[in-house]
Design a protein around this ligand. Sequence first.
Ligand code: FES
Ligand code: FES
Length: 395
Amino acid sequence: MIPITLEVNGRPIEARVEPRQHLADFLREEMLLTATHLGCEHGVCGACTVLIDGAPARSCIAFPAMLDGARITTVEGLADDAVAGELREAFMDEHGLQCGFCTPGMLVMARDIVLRRPQADDDVIRHELAGNLCRCTGYVGIIRAIRKVAAGREAAVVTRGTVLTPPSYASPLSLPLSPAGRTPVDPPASAIALPAELSPDATPDDEPLHNPVELGESFEVPAPRATVWALFQSPEQVIACLPGARLTAPSDGRSLAAEMVVKLGPMQAAFGGTGRIVADPASWSGVIDGRGVDSRSATQLRARLAYRLDEAGEAPREATRVTVEVAYVMQGPLAQMSRGAIARDLAARLTQSFAANLAAHLKGEAPVAANASLDAGALAWSVVKGWLARLFGRG
Ligand code: FES
Ligand code: FES
């Protein structure tokens, strides 16, 4: 049993939990908060959606043992919340529920949509809600209800001349999830000076990334900076170091077309898309940004990767410190998977695989896992194992 502290619906909680007990069971069985429903129990249906540190997350694939210090809000905890109140009324008025089984998860997700995307139209709401399934197929009423509340709040904003505050997502990176000695951090905005062609928030079409998931990683590779720089200017070689990624067309060095396969439990997503490459030799830094879509789930991904190379080590053992910052936003059925602490740790592990492959490549060795797809299920288990090993002092 593992001792943890949590804040559940505003109440501080101390508990001892089994490592394998998921958050939904903990909430229902230990806290008797039974409004959180369980449908599929493997992260597909969204019935179990709660807020973890203010962000919607599936409680059936989150583990209290990994959430020490987190703030959990269930639909019961939104009883006095103004937006949730408006949504409850709108769901009743617009026939947004039939049996009600999906409703707690729908309400938690709907509140997030209203706060984060108050101008959402039906298409946007459908995309955002695509990870919440309603067995009664009452989607038309649900979407009407969300649009009604969003439109009402947007109109109030225009009338008052004020701006809605989107939910603030506390960084789960402060949670003890990362492998020992390699704590990913939210990079300070100024950690990498971006080339002048790119504003910090821009993507290829210069739309800002709203509420991105951000993380940073810094690692050393045993090669001179000029050698590493040359490798970073070759999209073929960079892509070869990313597990599950491949170029889908030859690159001209300024743009790329690529595909990346990710396994999420029973689902497999293959994000295909295009990006642009900007490099600034004067500052030994560069940016790759782009957008893609998984054709099966229609989940859209927009991402930006910024890097900087610094000299490290002393002659004759020259080395290079590589600082990488990643920001991404997902929309669609897999979007909810992208915001949890496990997703962040998986992204950090992807960066670590990239670092290991890069080092192998520079030594002339075969990449460690370049051809395998990124298996989030296997990685999630390695996250849990790594965390337990650290907890018991064997990491
Ligand atoms: Fe958690 Fe279905 S019960 S997503
Ligand atoms: Fe019955 Fe959604 S209202 S599952």
